[in-house]
Design a protein around this ligand. Structure first.
Ligand SMILES: *Cc1c(COP(=O)(O)O)cnc(C)c1O
Length: 406
């Protein structure tokens, strides 16, 4: 039997897709701005943003037009040739940051894979062949390739696949003394998310990040910022490191970079980049003209003071609504995060019911994320309107009242 559009249902997922996800019971078919519609025509307010990806909402007219135009010009040439959109995007990323050089890939994991390989390659080739140790943090998330998932601080994701890449050590996040206890001359890199996203929307403290920078300088190790989730305006600056001006040696970004088109980037300095030469690393699709043209349009829109100030304004709207909701229902113990990466930690009596909160939110027309084991995460479009926030929060208030039986 051929599969026609009408019998493509959520049930089909359980038959044909590798059983590694547990998607919501509805199937989205269309989106515009911060609204999404499912197969039944039901409308949702999108507070999830495709996990901090659709930073300009769904089907932003400028991105649609850019993609359309590029799709009639040139789709793909591989890295045997360079292309104009990749060159323009790299130029814009370097002009907007500390970096001189860019490597493009297609996902956060691939950007991190490149970052960790670069850190090891740079250290072992320019300082000492024994300089391979990577220090990372409990509850960190860096992607699902075997190297990146091993650097990530959640053994439940890296166990079960045989021997792991070696010389990676995990210590508690925001604990500088724990880093001091393990860092040595064999350390090539410290890898950190300025705000742990998947780990529960947990911001690093300023003292911790400054301390990491100093330790890296002292031990000739590279500071790698994983800004896959915090990058591209998410926290109210183009990159989160720009809030404190603690400058990393390598920065990775992905999620919002293409506004929904798969692309990632690893940024670094000339000194570090020149450890590598043609053939040291590579990818077929990375820097693809379709992806780069969309990302260029996205950065042109996002790297703008007015837009970035709007992120702060939206943060306040959402947090005020969450606090009002909490004053009534006492669901959260803490609301944290920066810009439009916001976490609401469920009180202990509700934490085991997090899936129910998210499911009932969907029934009330709101798309919402979890993070860690007990945190509700908001990562909407940077352009979400006040109306959409208000309607979404009103719906959430009803949903949460239903869950807790009030
Ligand atoms: C999502 C994420 C990744 C992995 O990105 P993929 O595109 O899923 O490979 C890596 N690091 C952080 C901080 C992330 O949030």
């Amino acid at each position: 039997m051929s599969i026609t559009e009408t019998n493509v249902t959520r049930e089909l997922f359980d038959k044909v897709i590798l059983p590694i996800y547990a998607p919501a019971q509805f199937v989205p078919v269309r989106g515009k701005g911060s609204r999404v519609w499912d197969q039944e025509g039901k409308e949702y307010i999108d507070f999830a943003g495709g996990i901090a990806v659709t930073a300009l909402g769904h089907c932003h007219p400028v991105l649609v037009e850019t993609l359309h135009k590029q799709s009639e010009k040139l789709w793909h040439v591989s890295n045997i040739f360079t292309n104009e959109p990749a060159l323009r995007l790299a130029k814009k990323l370097t002009e907007a940051t500390f970096a001189d050089r860019v490597f493009f890939a297609n996902s956060g994991a691939e950007a991190n894979e490149a970052a960790f390989k670069l850190a090891r390659y740079y250290a072992t080739n320019t300082i000492s062949p024994y300089k391979t140790k990577i220090i990372a943090f409990h509850h960190a998330f860096h992607g699902r390739t075997f190297f990146t998932v091993t650097v990530g601080g959640q053994p439940k994701y890296s166990d079960g696949f045989g021997p792991k890449p070696a010389d990676i050590i995990h210590v508690p996040f925001n604990d500088l003394d724990a880093v001091k206890a393990v860092i040595d001359d064999h350390t090539c890199a410290i890898v950190v998310e300025p705000i742990q996203g998947e780990g529960g929307v947990m911001p690093a403290t300023e003292a911790f990040l400054r301390g990491l920078r100093e330790l890296c300088d002292e031990y000739q190790a590279l500071l790698v910022y994983d800004e896959v989730q915090t990058g591209m305006g998410r926290t109210g600056k183009l990159f989160a490191y720009q809030h404190l001006d603690i400058v990393p040696d390598i920065l990775t970004t992905a999620k919002a970079l293409g506004g929904g088109f798969p692309i990632s980037a690893m940024l670094t300095t000339e000194t570090i980049a020149k450890a590598m030469k043609p053939g040291t690393h590579g990818t077929t699709y990375g820097g693809n003209p379709l992806a780069c043209s969309v990302a260029e349009a996205a950065i042109d829109i996002i790297n703008n003071d007015q837009l970035l100030q709007g992120v702060e304004q939206r943060h306040q709207w959402i947090v005020q609504k969450l606090e009002a909701l909490n004053a009534r229902h006492h669901i959260f113990t803490c609301i944290r995060g920066k810009g439009l990466l916001i976490g609401a930690q469920l009180a202990p009596e509700y934490s085991h019911r997090i899936r129910e909160f998210i499911q009932v939110a969907a029934e009330h027309g709101v798309m919402l994320l979890s993070a860690g084991v007990d945190v509700l995460r908001f990562a909407p479009s940077l352009l979400i309107s006040q109306d959409d926030i208000e309607q979404g929060m009103d719906n959430l208030q009803q949903a949460f009242a239903q869950v807790i039986g009030e």
